[in-house]
Design a protein around this ligand. Structure first.
Ligand code: CA
Ligand code: CA
Length: 184
């Protein structure tokens, strides 16, 4: 039986195909995971900032007068970010002036990048995080049907940019849930 060796050209062709496939696939895989990791890190910073504020001032940074835990609206989101970051934010229509904010001791609880003032505190896919604080002071936060223990629940809409109520798995009809929650 005659033994057939691969020619150099054949080997090089296979190596080249594998290299092209890896170049196509790896950034996609790493990119997706990298963005999720960034979202988790952002949310962790925010959670720590809220907790630090609470321990400094003995109150949550935003009290919207609600007796149920509902996601911060756009203005409250702006105010929260400004209070915590001590940065004037112009992204929102009713951005408050720095000196008016409820942070008398001027502590910077949240460190933000330099694009913060124009972009706001956005997730890696360009949307705002959903921030829900424990407005009714029972040390848990309701997110849709999920109950999160603690004072803060945050989630990102994830790659699809749609609100899945913080659910990272499962689906409804054609919509596959892909949110990135702070509590998982
Ligand atoms: Ca609550
Ligand atoms: Ca989503």
């Amino acid at each position: 039986m005659q033994k057939r060796n691969f020619s150099l050209l054949e080997v090089l062709t296979v190596v080249a195909i594998i290299a092209v496939l890896m170049a196509l696939l790896i950034p996609h895989m790493v990119g997706g995971q990298g963005k999720k990791a960034r979202a988790k890190a952002d949310m962790k910073s925010l959670e720590i900032a809220v907790a630090s504020y609470e321990s400094a001032y003995n109150i949550l940074p935003i009290l919207n007068g609600d007796t149920s835990d509902i996601p911060l609206n756009s203005d409250d989101y702006d105010t929260l970010m400004q209070v915590l970051a001590k940065v004037d934010m112009t992204a929102g229509g009713t951005a408050l002036n720095k000196k008016d904010l409820a942070n008398d001791r001027s502590i910077q609880f949240l460190h933000v990048n330099t694009r913060f003032a124009s972009d706001g505190y956005l997730d890696p896919w360009g949307k705002r995080y959903v921030v829900i604080l424990d407005s009714n002071c029972d040390n848990k936060v309701a997110v849709g049907a999920t109950t999160v223990q603690g004072k803060t629940a945050i989630y990102s809409f994830g790659p699809d940019g749609d609100d899945d109520q913080g659910k990272a798995t499962g689906s409804s009809g054609n919509n596959k849930f892909d949110d990135v929650p702070s509590w998982e």
